[in-house]
Design a protein around this ligand. Structure first.
Ligand SMILES: NCc1[nH]cc(CCC(=O)O)c1CC(=O)O
Length: 313
């Protein structure tokens, strides 16, 4: 049976950055291809309202999602499209992540006019990133580097480094650059050196669980392999009580019935690095198992320090 095109226009909420809009339009395009009428509506989140502050210091876990969650719960938008790595491991009551569409390769990249790699960066070079996870892993490999803060959307960060010489290089997600078609000179940071953030490279579609089209949207947009892999990563992060702002990396791949996960916790100065791997059929169990292994190795000490630093102690 072929379904009629629904009469109602779906309102799709998104952040307003170029990257967010490209991602939102990709999802909107797929829904339109299935007969839906979709209006893309940009909504400001805390991250845009406080552009100068260090993200690691803003004491709000849902700084990329709160206003979109509120719009969903009030029924002002039907769905929200996010970068999965920006979504806290606990989503608000009443909201479901109904789909994780196909994932982009999640590696971080080093952006520099000279196409430096982690090996060829000059002694003592300035590298720009606001991510504790990136800072910690860079310093683990190259303790001589000087890591400096950088804020702004993808274009701004690239310009600060390539045009303004704010630093020798910046670290960004390759997926973000690829999605906006940015040609910035870059080299890929191998996972052995810099393990990506949990959920990096993946999108997620959030809806109210009671929305009449929740199941339909899931059916149209979900990629089961991407969903299973990112479930394992997020279960690990949740068990470590991390957010996107702790020095935790994780990457999982779903192959056949199994999910294989590699997780890492690094102290902010880069001196201590804990790594664990796990595999199994239940993504959440794999994630919790890797988290337990990391904790037993001593990673809890590092995470405790990060939490105390954030609370101002
Ligand atoms: N926090 C910002 C953010 N959220 C998602 C991405 C990149 C795209 C992705 O990981 O899917 C970025 C920018 C970056 O880390 O360079």
């Amino acid at each position: 049976m072929t379904s009629r095109a629904p009469a109602k226009t779906l309102v799709l909420g998104t952040r307003g950055s170029k990257l967010a809009l490209v991602q939102a339009e990709t999802v909107a395009g797929r829904l339109r291809g299935r007969g839906f009428s979709v209006e893309v509506r940009p909504i400001k989140t805390t991250a845009e309202e406080r552009p100068e502050e260090s993200l690691a210091q803003i004491d709000q876990r849902d700084l990329f999602t709160r206003q979109l969650d509120e719009a969903l719960l009030r029924g002002e938008i039907d769905l929200a499209v996010h970068s999965l790595k920006d979504i806290p491991t606990e989503v608000p009551e009443g909201i479901d992540l109904v789909a994780v569409p196909e994932r982009h390769e999640p590696s971080d990249v080093l952006v520099s006019a000279e196409r430096y790699t982690l090996e060829t960066l000059p002694e003592g070079a300035l590298v720009a990133t606001s991510s504790l996870r990136r800072r910690a892993q860079l310093l683990n490999r190259r303790p001589d580097l000087v890591v400096v803060e950088i804020r702004g959307n993808v274009d701004t960060r690239v310009r600060k480094v390539i045009v303004e010489g704010h630093a020798e290089a910046a670290v960004l997600a390759g997926a973000g650059l690829a999605r906006i078609g940015h040609e910035a000179p870059r080299t890929t940071l191998p996972h052995d050196a810099v393990l990506p953030a949990v959920g990096q490279g993946a999108l997620a579609v959030a809806m109210r669980g009671d929305h009449p089209l929740a199941e339909k949207v899931r059916e149209l947009l979900n990629d089961p392999a991407a969903e299973r892999a990112t479930r394992a990563e997020r279960a690990m992060l949740g068990a470590l009580e991390g957010g996107c702002r702790v020095p935790v990396g994780g990457y999982a791949l779903a192959e056949g019935r199994k999910v294989r996960l590699r997780g890492r916790v690094v102290s902010i100065d880069g001196a201590l690095l804990y790594e664990a791997e796990g595999s199994g059929e239940d993504p959440e169990a794999v994630g919790r198992g890797v988290a337990r292994d990391l904790s037993e190795q001593g990673a809890e000490v590092v995470l405790g320090e990060v939490r105390r630093a954030r609370s101002g102690a």
